[in-house]
Ligand binder design. Structure first.
Ligand code: HEM
Length: 345
């Protein structure tokens, strides 16, 4: 696996040890269904964050940012390659600059606290100057709060180059929430350029049932009332026909992955299909009150899922029972029957 380690320094012993742990996608997978669930419907499924959640195969959710273990350098290389090639993956509407600094500072502090042996933020007593070091990627950056010239790029993009999460900020206007800034490279069949500036109802327009059943309104109310000192999270899932753990299935990349589904159906190679799970964090940022909707995408192939028989059985039941409109929106209505059979085999 290639790394993006850019410094001339050697990896620290703690960084080398972190990156050498064996990869086990199931052990850290945020399994999206409660144990007793056998029918999935959309809901405002939010829970307090930073709470470790045991699963049939391991645990997830102890920290806000899951760096991804040994895969972190490869994920970040992918992220940086996309950002270098396509500046339109970062959209910051006028007036959002301070919120982006708020986001950056919140996350750098959180990373320092969550990964004290790997990530370091030193704060100058003047409250304006900071020194950031990321031992896994070799980042070593002095920065001055609010001074874009102190960074190689904007603060939101700087953070996007340090963490595997897609970053989205929403602000309130006239009692509604608008998607006003984003740095997104791993969107599941949507586009940050297209969606930025929309409100919650416009964004969720393509999702069946959501607005009609009052879920968009309840989600918006939840976020409008989100307290400043509590962090929440939500899990979302779908299937992805793009093998090799391809994270970037955004609309921008459609020509690259549009043929993956027909190819998979032709081959009938269902073990290659990926269960794609998003963990989304809702945080009210302390300086500006802006709300985050940051998305960390995880994947496990159905081959891997089948190594945990309880999961394989539950996923088969959920996919089989899913109403046609939701299965169509999620993109697997046409091939769900053989997938269910394969999971039960
Ligand atoms: C508690 C809050 C929220 C809930 C319950 C919620 C729920 C959902 C659901 C159920 C979907 C369909 C996903 C699928 O089946 O794969 C969806 C899609 C999406 N959501 Fe949300 N959402 C919430 C907040 C937000 C916020 C704050 C943003 C934005 C900035 C956002 C942006 C999106 C986008 C971009 C999509 C994809 C839409 C498309 O296909 O074009 N969501 N959401």
């Amino acid at each position: 696996m290639s790394t993006t380690f850019s410094g001339t320094r050697e990896l620290t012993p703690a960084a080398a040890s972190y990156l050498s742990r064996p990869v086990d996608h199931c052990a850290t997978l945020p399994w999206p269904f409660p144990d007793d669930l056998d029918a999935f419907r959309y809901s405002v499924n939010v829970d307090p964050a930073r709470v470790p959640r045991p699963t049939q195969a391991g645990e997830w959710g102890r920290t806000i940012v899951d760096l991804g273990g040994a895969e972190y350098p490869a994920i970040m290389a992918d992220r940086r390659r996309i950002l270098d090639a396509d500046p339109h993956r970062v959209k910051v509407r006028p007036g959002m600059e301070l919120a982006c600094w708020d986001l950056l500072l919140y996350y750098l502090r959180d990373l320092d606290r969550s990964y004290p042996e790997l990530m370091h933020l030193t704060e100058h007593p003047d409250g304006q100057r900071f020194h950031w070091r990321n031992d896994l990627l070799g980042t070593d950056q002095e920065l001055v709060l609010g001074d874009e010239k102190s960074l190689p790029c904007g603060p939101m993009e700087f953070l996007a180059r340090e963490v595997p999460d897609d970053l989205l900020l929403v602000t309130e206007r006239g009692g509604h929430l608008y998607f006003d800034a984003g740095a997104v490279t791993f969107a599941a069949a949507w586009s940050v350029s297209f969606d930025v500036g929309m409100d919650m109802y416009e964004i969720h327009g393509p999702v069946p049932r959501l607005t009609g059943e009052g879920i968009t309104a309840r989600a918006e109310q939840f976020l409008l009332r989100l307290p400043a000192d509590e962090v929440y999270r939500r899990v979302n899932w779908t299937l992805s026909a793009s093998g090799s753990r391809k994270l970037d299935v955004s609309l921008e990349e459609l020509p690259e992955w549009g043929t993956d589904i027909p190819a998979l159906v032709r081959d009938g190679d269902w073990g290659r299909l990926q269960l794609r799970i998003e963990v989304e964090h809702f945080i009210r940022l302390p300086m500006t009150g802006t709300v985050t909707f940051n998305i960390r995408t995880h994947m496990a192939s159905l081959e891997e899922v089948r190594t945990v028989p309880v999961w394989a059985r539950q996923l088969a039941t959920v996919i089989e029972e899913l109403p046609a409109d939701i299965a169509t929106y999620k993109g697997f209505a046409d091939y769900r029957d053989p997938v269910v059979a394969w999971l039960r085999d």
